[in-house]
Design a protein around this ligand. Sequence first.
Ligand code: C2E
Ligand code: MG
Ligand code: MG
Length: 545
Amino acid sequence: MLVVQGASLYVVGSMLDGFAWQIRSLLVPTAAVSTATAVLVAWWLGRRVAGRLAEITRAIALAHHAESRDLLAKRAADEIGSLVESVNGLADSVALRERRILESALSDPLTGLPNRALLADRIRQMVSVSQRSRSGFAVALLDLDRFKFVNDTLGHATGDLLLQEVARRLRATARESDTVARLGGDEFVLLMAGGVDAAREVTRRVLDAMKTPLRCNDQLIDIGVSIGISLYPEHGEDDVTLLRHADSAMYSAKRTRSGERVFDGDAGAVRRSYLSLLGEMRAALESGQFVLDYQPKLALRTGLIAGFEGLVRWNHPVRGRVPPNEFIPFAEQTGFMREITQWVIAGGARFARVLADAGLNLTVALNVSALDVENPEFGREVLEILRSQPIDPKRLCLEITESGVVSESDAALKNLLAISRLGVRLSVDDFGTGYSTLKQLQQLPVDELKIDRSFVAGIHRNRGNLTIVRSTIELGKQLGLKVVAEGVETVEELRCLARLGCDEVQGYYLSKPMPEADVVGWVEMRHALYLSARETYFEMLAERR
Ligand code: C2E
Ligand code: MG
Ligand code: MG
């Protein structure tokens, strides 16, 4: 029994040995193959991941270069795929931010137009292109007329809308190839390839386009523009000079209200022509070629003529009747204004005497240049004229443009105080076109505000102008000033001004400026008509359309 048991254990033992051997001989190659496969897979995966990571690292490194950045391809929906997606998102937002920073550094945030820095760069590019192609280009600097006043009266939000609308209009009017930029404030620049004729064609279109009132917040606003043009290479060979010369031409356009001016060019030639004109002006004054025409002012409350404004004209033997805007700026630049002004005030004072002698209690207003007010002798010169021409000083009024009235100089203030102490009236001419503030006006001895004619035009149908004129009249009343509206051309404008409480009106509706000799007869005729049909005047004012 024991032997049998021992034998069977032996058999089982040897069978197990056989199995173990068999298993070992099977396991060894399997383990070897698995290990090799695992090593291979690990090596392959490692390479793949390392490759993608290297790609991602490169993408991150390039993410801040907006132009050189390529989006990574997302190849699988695994963790690496998600990482790729995040890196792509990061690169996108960096690029977007970079573009925005670049754009805001080079464009004007309000209008989206190129700013001064980008404009300067474009001018420099045009210079190098023009040097190679031997062609020219033009820089036109545009400045809005009366913007400060509109901005102050209607508020800065409206001012901003207005600038955006101007930008749109300029972009729509300029040619595709022109650069339209905003320098700041109410100054814009057009950069145009080609010569003066091509540039003027564009600026003429701009001037035309700006004639249509701009619509801002349901208000129509009339805003003029003055343009100065400088040309490459004639007027400058770099951005700074070209812009400076365009600016000086723009000021000349503004002063003369001529809309547009090309830079005068060679200063020597200009000075020579000034000198010959100066000689001509002196001879003209001595030989009686200058005359004063007079335009009436109507007192709205009474319907009677309140006075006249004297306007100088030059009866030139060759050029005919030259309007003041064509020679006053020359007179100012050559220092000849002083002589013209003395002649004008003396002529006006003499005429005030003629009117008084004819039994007419009328005021004579005369224009004085801002430069005259700066002349320390001016107050004394006015006093001397009054001494030689005994008239009631209250019958004389001096109209000075805003810039002359609010000049910061001591001499100007002393002159205004001295003249006002004499009893002579002081009026702020073309009010709304300059830069005066309420505070400045309060401190000055002025008696009258004369609203610029650009605000009066179409006042009955233009809400922007209406708001401006209404608030000017209110401002005048608060300051205790008389308010006069100039440039009244229609009965509708006159009625509207009467309703707003304006004191006096002047303009073609009443009469164009007339020769001195016609004045007394004209006033007598008008007053006789008025006396016979006084009611008609008030009916006409009350009439509504
Ligand atoms: P201002 O003093 O504002 O004179 C009003 C100008 O508007 C005058 O032009 C006048 O003829 C014009 N005007 C009057 N009513 C109307 C109207 O209903 N519609 C239009 N469109 N225009 C009207 P003018 O005579 O050509 O004078 C232009 C400017 O020249 C004057 O503007 C004034 O600044 C200056 N000026 C004239 N005479 C003198 C002067 O003796 N000395 C100085 N320093 N400047 C003068
Ligand atoms: Mg005037
Ligand atoms: Mg005026």
